[in-house]
Design a protein around this ligand. Structure first.
Ligand code: HEM
Length: 561
């Protein structure tokens, strides 16, 4: 046998052999991972597709293919309420399990990749529940309903501008336009007004300023993949390539880069205004963050304020726009619901229960069917039909008679939970707003297991802002305009990218809602005009029809009384 010398070793070191060794290493590691996850994982007995149990590429693939929710729904119907959707993650569709999955002490899983929107973390990405609780206490002030209520006039100003623009551009012009971006224009201008006291200018310019909406949508597939492939993401994030592509910076040409620059400019301006005593009594979120103090009375750092304000823009505009689009879609594609809704809005207006610019509490009080339509929209088409994973705490938990150990990633998805027939009814897949109004006990249950804004202690802080917009925008739209779909067969397309939803291609024309009602009497048409004063309908009769005689008019008036 020939001796094994350093020379023989060197002779084996060819490029070909190195490549072969690398391929063998990758294949062996992969095989080891498959065997470990499939046969030795504590989650091995939970049902789900084979590939999902051994690699995160399964969920990444369906996320990219934009059919993750539908595939998981079909799997739940086959296997029951708990599925293994990655080697380390369980998905639960049983709505009654929400309180257990989202307990107060649950940490967010590593799916929430830290540092992707800058080095300083905002509330959304903080993984530790303890760190989060500390900062949430501080943010509770700015987001408190009493504070948000004070901002309602800011919302109203933008809402009026939006309605004016819609009327100018589309009413009576016959122009066929896509409603979808217009809903987001409104949401962005409102959120930037609330956030910094200045609209970005979508409504005024009537276009996607700086390609922000397009840029945001284009970034969504990467956002979906980063979380789903988190071990890989963490590995490359701190490399030079990762820093370049995975960490957003103000210098970036992307939509997020533009938002960051916009935010930095306004914060710098505000700091100057404060120094020069020109800030006055600002009402926006930026000012409340600047004024906020921690337990020791210290102000928040500018880096942290920047992170939270960016979150407001990222979390608050597109999501609200999607719900607005969804409401218009569902109401316009259900004629009976449309008529019932418009009747409710008109009656509440005529009775003086809601004013020219409806207020949040008025709508809640006077328009139960309308409120039910908003809730039903967000139930069936939540703006974030996504996974929101937590890690199971120290004592573990039991699901479907099986033990789930500490550290397991566990999640629900509002799109799936809201289709749980045990809570939402056998017709859970249908748009039926009445389900929210039928019985007090049932309504309580529906509200309890509503996940549209997340669940538990990490639930959305901007809910009141979003609802304030949603209790006004669609209402004004249906009260003032009669929309007509350009093609009844193509009312709009529901799209989910990276776990974030939006509608597109909602082509329509707008007509001013008929202000005239005609009554026919013996000698010809008597025109009955309804006009608005500060939004309240006032009825007035138009005279001047020569064909009519006074007796008939008098008879009509008596009849109309
Ligand atoms: C229809 C509109 C909205 C929807 C559907 C929505 C949805 C959500 C969801 C599902 C979460 C929880 C995420 C998780 O568990 O990981 C969340 C968190 C959050 N949202 Fe919203 N959101 C909306 C509007 C807004 C608005 C308008 C703002 C701000 C002005 C906002 C600010 C936040 C913040 C700060 C958090 C993090 C809360 C925390 O972790 O303590 N959202 N949102």
């Amino acid at each position: 046998m020939p001796a094994f010398t350093p020379q023989t070793l060197l002779s084996l070191l060819t490029i070909r052999n190195l490549v072969l060794a690398l391929v063998a290493y990758v294949l062996l590691s992969w095989a080891e991972q498959i065997i470990r996850y499939r046969f030795f994982s504590p989650l091995r007995d939970f049902p789900g597709p084979f590939w999902a149990s051994v690699t995160r590429l399964w969920i990444a693939y369906h996320n990219l293919k934009e059919d993750e929710c539908q595939v998981e729904l079909a799997l739940h119907k086959k296997h029951g309420p708990v599925l293994r959707i990655t080697p380390t993650m369980l998905l639960v569709s049983d709505a009654s399990k929400l309180p257990e999955v989202y307990t107060r002490n649950a940490d967010k899983s590593k799916y929430y990749v830290t540092g992707s929107f800058g080095k300083t973390e905002s509330l959304f990405n903080m993984q530790s529940h303890k760190v989060h609780a500390h900062y949430r206490k501080i943010a509770a002030g700015p987001y408190a309903f009493s504070n948000i209520k004070k901002m309602e006039p800011l919302v109203d100003t933008r809402m009026r501008a939006w309605m004016r623009k819609m009327e100018e551009k589309f009413v009576g012009t016959g122009e066929v336009f896509d409603f979808a971006p217009w809903a987001v224009f409104m949401a962005y201008d409102i959120i930037s007004e609330i956030g910094f006291g200045a609209p970005i200018g979508f409504i005024e310019q009537g276009e996607d300023v700086g390609g922000l909406i397009r840029g945001f949508h284009e970034g969504l597939p990467a956002f979906g993949l980063m979380g789903r492939l988190w071990p890989f993401t963490y590995r490359v994030k701190n490399t030079r390539l990762g820093e370049k592509f995975l960490v957003a910076k103000p210098e970036d040409e992307s939509g997020i880069g533009m938002l960051m620059r916009f935010r930095d400019k306004l914060l710098a301006q505000r700091r100057r205004d404060i120094e020069e005593g020109k800030a006055g009594d600002r009402l926006d979120l930026l000012q409340t963050f600047i004024d906020a103090r921690d337990d020791d009375g210290n102000p928040l750092s500018d880096d942290y304020i920047k992170a939270e304000i960016l979150l407001v823009l990222l979390a608050g505009a597109d999501t609200t726009g999607t719900a607005f689009q969804g409401m218009i879609y569902h109401v316009m594609t259900n004629k009976d619901i449309y008529h019932r809704l418009v009747h409710e809005i008109e009656t509440a207006t005529r009775d003086g229960k809601i004013g020219g610019m409806p207020q949040y509490d008025e709508v809640q009080e006077a328009c139960p069917f309308y409120v039910a339509c908003v809730k039903e929209t967000m139930r069936l088409n939540p703006s974030a039909p996504n996974i929101f994973p937590r890690t199971v705490g120290k004592v573990g938990m039991e699901l479907e008679g099986k033990f789930v150990p500490e550290g397991t990633e566990i999640t629900c998805n509002p799109w799936l939970v809201h289709r749980d027939p045990a809570v939402f009814g056998e017709d859970a897949e249908a748009f039926r707003p009445e389900r929210w109004l039928e019985d007090e006990e049932q309504t309580k249950q529906l509200n309890k297991y509503n996940m549209a804004f997340g669940y538990g202690s990490r639930t959305c802080l901007g809910k009141d802002i979003a609802m304030m917009e949603l209790y006004k925008g669609p209402l004004l739209f249906f009260r003032d305009f009669t929309p007509h779909l350009a093609d009844e067969k193509k009312p709009g397309v529901w799209t989910v990218k990276g776990g974030v939803a939006f509608w597109r291609d909602m082509w329509m024309t707008l007509e001013k809602r008929s202000a005239l009602t005609f009554y026919t009497i013996a000698s010809g048409p008597l025109q009955f005009t309804r006009w608005r004063d500060e939004g309240v309908f006032k009825d007035a009769m138009l005279t001047g029809y020569s064909a009519m005689n006074a007796r008939e008019i008098l008879a009509f008036m008596l009849h109309a009384q």
